[in-house]
Write a protein that binds this ligand. Structure first.
Ligand code: GLU
Length: 523
């Protein structure tokens, strides 16, 4: 297996063809995590082979166009750290990279196919098509298609008399151009993930290639553009596998077979129970994000939550996506983008769908937060705090606080719960956790502790802990019994990192103030 793909890359080099891959989204809404994984595998493969990563916007279906969707795609790629080498935004030698701007380019190829007998004009009106669907509907064939079995019943240039076709064309009767699928052929190709794949042409309908308004359909545009943009490898979702026979035939009929890219159809991302493709609705139902970033539908104004806004780090998001259907053959689970570029291999992408597990996704984020130097988290944490009305004036305290609590944070907003007490007095104090066992002896101890701490010259955790323990010994108290009250005094609740680390970080003045405040409450 390994050999085959390496061989394919090798052949590519031999033929002096640069590795060029493309992500070809239709701008129809928020980007599903499966879409971002497609980008990732494209990107990793390109970067590993010193190739180019192209983003082409497939917007030929104007009825599905959604305002803002393209900008969202580029924002997502930027957030994930996958910068295209060529795109409508970044330019490039094959511009324009939006299919709607390449409209004039496609018709000639559709006409060329008609001339060669591989495609035909179809003049059927929407009503006639509807009629066909009703008239030929049977129990075995509930949704009849325009195909080899029915095309002779329809109004097209294959079966209408030549003069009628000429007359229809000269009177500007609207028509589409359809591919003429062979009746009885087997089409085969080698998919980089699935190996040999074959289709029987009788199963495939006569897809429209050029619409009545002169716009190509996806099928024609994808082939023409992949050819013109010299795409060497096409990675796309498994849902496009049924379209592959149409595309393969088009490559052949247009005489470009030798330039055809290598195909790789990526497995689906499945619902957590493995029962079908993971949809946005599953995310809504089960309470987790499915989109990369927040997406607000311009029509309904409804917002769907994204991984970014839920508090995932882009590094973790990229890492967890890579592991949905791939591994490097070892137990390693944490990979940076650079490691992925180095270690990714298409041979290790599984054929079967990958179940999405939100708990595991959060585990990746937790691992990445733990590993991240405080510096890289500062800006995001500061932003989160600002949203809660907490301003941070001391950057070094912020760095210290992040380092102390990051092990306890799974999603970025956890920093609010885990670290806000570093910057303001605890908002709530769990006095009930201290009160029942609070007595005169403890009161004495803390009064003395305040005095001792006031005299401390070196304000560091180990020293503060020694002083605390020595004083406990003098008072014949167990330090264990005093630790919880101190924690409640400094933090407000039973959580947080080591108490003396907290005291050291917030400083002498604030530590003493917090002890006094709770002692007053306990009086
Ligand atoms: N425009 C298609 C999509 O929206 C691209 C499929 C392909 O990569 O060929 O996913």
């Amino acid at each position: 297996m390994q050999f085959r793909t390496e061989m394919q890359v090798y052949l590519c080099c031999l033929m002096n063809q640069k590795v060029r891959v493309r992500f070809a989204p239709s701008p129809t809404g928020g980007l599903h995590l499966g879409g971002v994984r497609t980008v990732l595998f494209n990107y990793l493969f390109a970067k590993q082979n010193g190739g180019d990563f192209i983003v082409r916007i497939e917007d030929t279906d104007q009825t599905r166009f959604v305002e803002g969707a393209e900008a969202y795609i580029f924002e997502t790629l930027k957030w994930c750290g996958m910068v295209p080498d060529e795109s409508p935004l970044h330019g490039g030698p094959f511009a324009p990279y939006r299919q709607s701007e390449r409209k004039a380019n496609y018709k000639q190829y559709a006409e060329q196919l008609v001339k060669a007998g591989y495609a035909y004009y179809a003049f059927d009106t929407p009503a006639e098509l509807e009629e066909m669907r009703t008239n030929y509907k049977t129990a075995e064939n509930p949704s009849p298609q325009y195909n080899h079995a029915l095309r002779d019943k329809m109004r097209n240039s294959l079966f209408l008399p030549a003069e009628e076709v000429t007359a229809l064309l000269s009177t500007n009767t609207p028509y589409v151009i359809r591919i003429k699928m062979p009746t009885d052929e087997t089409i085969q190709f080698t998919d980089m993930i699935r190996g040999e794949v074959s289709f029987h042409t009788s199963q495939v309908d006569d897809k429209v290639l050029l619409k009545a308004d002169g716009m190509p359909t996806y099928h024609l545009a994808v082939v023409v553009d992949d050819y013109q943009m010299q795409i060497s490898h096409a990675f796309r979702g498994e849902e496009w596998l049924p379209s592959a026979p149409v595309h393969l035939l088009l490559w052949k009929y247009l005489g470009w077979e030798k330039e055809m890219p290598q195909w790789a159809h990526l497995p689906l991302i499945l619902k957590p129970d493995g029962n079908g493709k993971l949809s946005k609705r599953d995310g809504d139902r089960l309470g987790f994000p499915v989109f990369a970033m927040d997406w607000t539908d311009p029509k309904t104004n409804e917002t769907t939550i994204g991984f970014k806004e839920r508090g995932f780090l882009p590094e973790a998001f990229v890492n967890l996506l890579a592991m949905l259907g791939w591994n490097d053959g070892s137990d390693q689970e944490i990979f940076s983008m650079l490691e992925l570029i180095e270690k990714f291999s298409i041979d290790r992408v599984h054929k079967g769908g990958a179940k999405f597990d939100y708990e595991k996704a959060k585990w990746y984020n937790h691992e990445w937060i733990k590993r991240m130097p405080a510096k890289h988290l500062e800006l995001s944490v500061q932003k989160l705090f600002a949203e809660k009305g907490i301003t941070i004036t001391d950057d070094s305290l912020l760095a210290k606080a992040i380092d102390l609590v990051k092990d306890r944070c799974t999603l970025m907003p956890d920093f609010i719960q885990q670290a806000s007490f570093f910057f303001e007095l605890p908002a709530e104090i769990d006095i009930a956790a201290v009160k029942p066992k609070w007595d005169e002896k403890k009161n004495m101890f803390f009064t003395e502790l305040i005095r001792a701490y006031e005299l401390s010259t070196l304000w560091e955790a180990p020293g503060l802990e020694i002083e605390f323990k020595e004083l406990a010994a003098v008072n014949q108290l167990k330090p264990g019994e005093l630790m919880l009250p101190l924690r409640i005094m400094l933090v407000g609740g039973k959580f947080g990192p080591g108490v003396f680390d907290i005291a050291a970080a917030i400083g002498k003045e604030s530590t003493i103030e917090r002890i006094k405040q709770v002692m007053r409450l306990l009086e």
